[in-house]
Every structure is written in structure tokens, then in C-alpha cells.
Design a protein around this ligand. Structure first.
Ligand SMILES: [Mg+2]
Length: 262
């Protein structure tokens, strides 16, 4: 992984179609104590609007987020967006249809049982809460006493084993996914294939900041025309090719791309 400037990254993204895939929290906006007050600055929103408006010139923007589609749509408040929510399990198309993965009903039962168990955990560990996102659950522990973390981890792992669900750790969260869950890697590949990213003339970008984004970075390693960017302090274990320090550099990159495509 190489630290890079927004201009250098933009240089790699001159192909058409240009497929831009973005995580939201920690990538487009800073992570804040309460996820419901996180917001994307107006200038970045403007660049996104410009890029989304260039669909007829082969520019595509898709958001790939752990948030539910409904929550991400509310937060972005940009018309005609494509969103893969719940870590890739839920899809909002440009036309506004929301679809879930096939065979979801059975997987949903395991998740429901896990949710009931986790409510008892939240009662025992002050400062934790559960967010039910329909296709996945998120256990938040940002406000918990961190001395309790090993005990919390152990208890949640026990529930996951008993109920047959999968855990995906994040920043002060534990994501609980039905074991058949799709990942951000699946979502990223689906978007690339759907939009013609297999063409050697295409350019592909995926930016993310967290553990579940690594599935997306890994999935794109097979594509020579893909550029992957991790937001945050340099991390030797990432599968992303490039790193930038903060969401601010992603905003600058979007600005450069919006200008160069006009
Ligand atoms: Mg993130």
C-alpha cells in the first residue's frame, strides 16, 4: 500500500466507463459518536451530484455501505443514487427499487434469534446498543467501558456460534450478519460486471476505511484497471493499493474527477 495524493489517484482514473464505488462512514465523512448525525460536507455532495449527473458520459457512482439502504439514502439525500447497503446485502437501484438477496427468509430466522440473544447482552453491558438494519445487526459499543471488551467479544462470539451467524468487526461496532450474507466484495464485483468494468478501457475506483471494505479491496485485485484506496493511517495488513489520511482527500479526489469529466 502506497500513500498517494488525490491528483495521482485521479491520473489512474481516465478510462470510460468510470466506475466510482464509495463506502460512506469514515470514507466520505468522519466517524462521529452518533452515526445519525454524521454528514457529508456540501462541497463533496456537490462533486457527487456532478459525477452522478454524467451517467450518459459513462460515469457511474455507487455507494457500498454497512448502513441500511433507507438510512444511507436519507443521509446522502442525492437523487438517482445507487446504493448497496447492509454490507452488500441490500440494493437500491437508480430507479428506486430495493431488493434483498435470494434465500433471505431462512437466513433471517437465524438473525432474529441472534437479535433476541443480543438484547440480553445489551442489558448486561452498559454503553452498548443494537441497531437492527433488517438484513444485518450492528452492536455498537463506542460508549462502553473498554475494559469490558474481552467479555463482550466472548459473549457475542458464543451467540454467533449457537445461532449460526457471522461476525464482522468494525470501528467500535460488531456487525452480525446472516451466515449466507453477501459481502462488500460481492457487491463490488456485481457493480463492476453490471457496468462494463471488465472492459480494458474502463477505470474502477473503490474507497473504504474499515474491515468489511477489505473484501472489496481483495475482490478487485484481479482487475488491472481497478484502483483501491484505504482512508486512514497507513496499515500494512490492508489489501488496498493506496492510502490517504482522511475523508478530506477523498473529497478532493471527487472534485478533481468532477472537473476533469466536465
Ligand atoms: Mg466505513
Amino acid at each position: 500500500m502506497t500513500p498517494a495524493e488525490p491528483d495521482e489517484i485521479a491520473q489512474r482514473l481516465r478510462g470510460t466507463p468510470l466506475i466510482i464505488m464509495l463506502d460512506i462512514d469514515g470514507t466520505l465523512c468522519d466517524i462521529v459518536e452518533r452515526a445519525d448525525v454524521a454528514s457529508i460536507p456540501g462541497t463533496a455532495r456537490e462533486s457527487l451530484r456532478t459525477l452522478i449527473g454524467k451517467r450518459d458520459r459513462g460515469v457511474h457512482v455507487a455507494f457500498v455501505t454497512g448502513r441500511s439502504v433507507a438510512d444511507a439514502r436519507r443521509m446522502l439525500s442525492i437523487g438517482g443514487v445507487t446504493i448497496y447497503g447492509n454490507h452488500g446485502m441490500e440494493h437500491l437501484s437508480e430507479s428506486g427499487n430495493i431488493t434483498g438477496p435470494k434465500g433471505w427468509e431462512d437466513a433471517g430466522l437465524a438473525l432474529r434469534d441472534a437479535r433476541n440473544d443480543l438484547h440480553a447482552v445489551v442489558a448486561r453491558f452498559p454503553g452498548t446498543s443494537i441497531e437492527d438494519k433488517g438484513f444485518s445487526l450492528t452492536l455498537h459499543f463506542r460508549e462502553m467501558d473498554m475494559a469490558l471488551l474481552p467479555a463482550l467479544d466472548a459473549r457475542v462470539a458464543e451467540i454467533a456460534r449457537a445461532r449460526g451467524v457471522t461476525l464482522a468487526p468494525g470501528k467500535c461496532v460488531i456487525n452480525v450478519l446472516a451466515s449466507e450474507s453477501l459481502t462488500k466484495g460481492d457487491a463490488v464485483l456485481e457493480i463492476v460486471h453490471e457496468l462494463g468494468g471488465d472492459s480494458p478501457d474502463a477505470s474502477i475506483l473503490f474507497a473504504g476505511d474499515d474491515v468489511t471494505d477489505e473484501d472489496g479491496f481483495r475482490a478487485l485485485r484481479a482487475f488491472r484497471n481497478a484502483t483501491t484506496v484505504r482512508v486512514g493511517a497507513p496499515d500494512a495488513t490492508t489489501d488496498a493499493q493506496f492510502s490517504v489520511d482522511t475523508p478530506r482527500e477523498i473529497h478532493d479526489l471527487l472534485d478533481v474527477l468532477a472537473v476533469s469529466r466536465s
